[in-house]
Write a protein that binds this ligand. Structure first.
Ligand code: PLP
Length: 405
């Protein structure tokens, strides 16, 4: 029996089967590569659903974690710690003016955001409490966030739904306007939908939502759990959305931005980041998280930003992404197999003409960690520090894989 097989038998007897896991046990990672229990090497073009934004065991992140682990482990949020402050300042440097709240996951960040939007909606005698979100969105798996998520499969079996959430079709502007009423506290949207199939909004659409929210005094939340931290070729994907009404930042800004995945580089970090006037509503006792902002996680998060700055990796992701789109679109051998290639930076979706059978296993057999979402959208989200030559090799190998599908 192989090493992997032995572990898989133990897994079958000890783990819940709530993930559609492939029968592979990973034991080691290095840069853009991971290795299974039998020593097979894989090129990781998905980075653990985007978490490992700087790949596996990046020496700077390992050092940051080890140094912090020897200095201060955990004290809780009744006290201040330096890594939280330093990391919050990094967010201020690269996003709009705001204040940070730390938790462990994207879902928790979104929950906190909706709570804050409700506080805002109910302030000054208001009665706004409802959330409008989009069809094909994904916002997490708590009871409230499955209500926000615009995918019936995610909700199935967990009814009755938490009240106060309306999912609208982003392509139907009248539906969006109709969904907004005197009870609406917030709109939540992903600047690029991730789980829904790497869906970009049409030019000007996000600004229109911003204007609608402004007109009705509604809090606008951007869920940047997938798209934050340089993945899309901007620090945050909303920075692609030009706001021609504004001169200062020149982009469409939210009132609240949520982060997860990449912000911890693979460690459990979530962030709810809000404009100062909104953040001021979260007075002591209104919200919290025992382990949120743990010093080790924060030291790593801050270091991720420093490594990205130092290596100019945001621009690198933009360049490599544009190159990949060009290559996939021009690849003659697969032109009959694909109907669209889309995305920004190193957040790419290749929509296949047909739903591929047994995709995950075929990708792993080819030594590639990739992913399919929305049945037939092949997703690539490699570590953003992947070298140009390795990325080209990866593109060749993905084209080779698509040829066989
Ligand atoms: N928001 C978006 C856009 C996501 O893609 C996800 C997870 O995929 C979440 C929120 C939930 O994040 P987490 O799994 O960290 O709770």
């Amino acid at each position: 029996m192989s090493q992997s097989q032995a572990w898989l038998e133990r897994a079958d007897e000890s783990l819940m089967q709530n993930y559609g896991r492939s029968r592979v046990v990973m034991t080691r990672g290095e840069g853009c590569f991971v290795f299974d229990a039998d020593g097979k090497k894989y090129l990781d073009l998905f980075a653990g659903f985007g978490g490992a934004i700087l790949g596996h065991c990046h020496p700077d992140l390992v050092n940051a974690a080890a140094k912090q682990a020897q200095q201060l482990w955990h004290v809780g949020n009744a006290l201040h710690t330096i890594p939280q402050i330093e990391f919050a300042e990094k967010l201020q440097q690269h996003a709009f003016d705001g204040r940070a709240f730390f938790c462990h996951s994207g879902l928790e960040a979104n929950e906190a955001a909706v709570k804050l939007a409700r506080l805002n909606g109910l302030s000054n005698g208001g009665k706004r409490w409802k959330t409008v979100s989009l069809v094909k969105s994904f916002h997490g798996r708590s009871l409230a966030m499955i209500a926000a998520t615009g995918n019936p499969a995610v909700k199935d079996g967990f009814g009755p739904p938490v009240p106060g959430f309306v999912n609208v079709d982003p392509h139907d502007w009248a539906a969006i306007e109709n969904a907004i009423d005197d009870d609406t506290a917030c709109v939540i949207l992903e600047p690029i939908q991730g789980e829904g199939g790497i869906n970009l909004h049409p030019p000007g659409w996000v600004q229109r939502v911003r204007e609608l929210c402004d007109a009705h005094d509604i809090t606008l939340i951007f869920d940047e759990v997938w798209t934050g931290c340089g993945r899309t070729g901007k620090w945050f994907a909303h920075q692609y959305e030009i706001d021609n009404r504004k001169s200062a930042s020149n982009c469409v800004e939210p009132d609240i931005m949520t982060l997860g995945k990449a912000v911890g580089g693979g460690l459990p970090v979530g962030v709810m980041y809000a404009r100062p006037e909104l953040a001021a509503l979260l007075t002591p006792g209104k919200h919290g998280c025992t382990l949120g902002g743990n010093p080790i996680c924060m030291a790593v998060a801050k270091t991720i930003f420093e490594v990205i700055e130092r290596g100019d990796l945001v621009a690198h992701a933009a360049k490599l992404g544009a190159h990949a789109i060009e290559r996939f679109k021009c690849a003659k051998s697969i032109e009959h197999k694909i109907i669209d290639v889309r995305g920004r930076g190193l957040f790419l979706g290749i929509e296949l003409a047909h739903e591929p059978a047994d995709y995950a296993n075929r990708s792993l057999q080819a030594g590639l960690v990739t992913n399919v979402t929305s049945k037939k959208v092949l997703r690539l989200a490699p570590p953003i520090d992947i070298s140009a030559s390795l990325w080209d090799e990866g593109i060749d190998r993905v084209i080779g894989l698509i040829e066989t599908l």
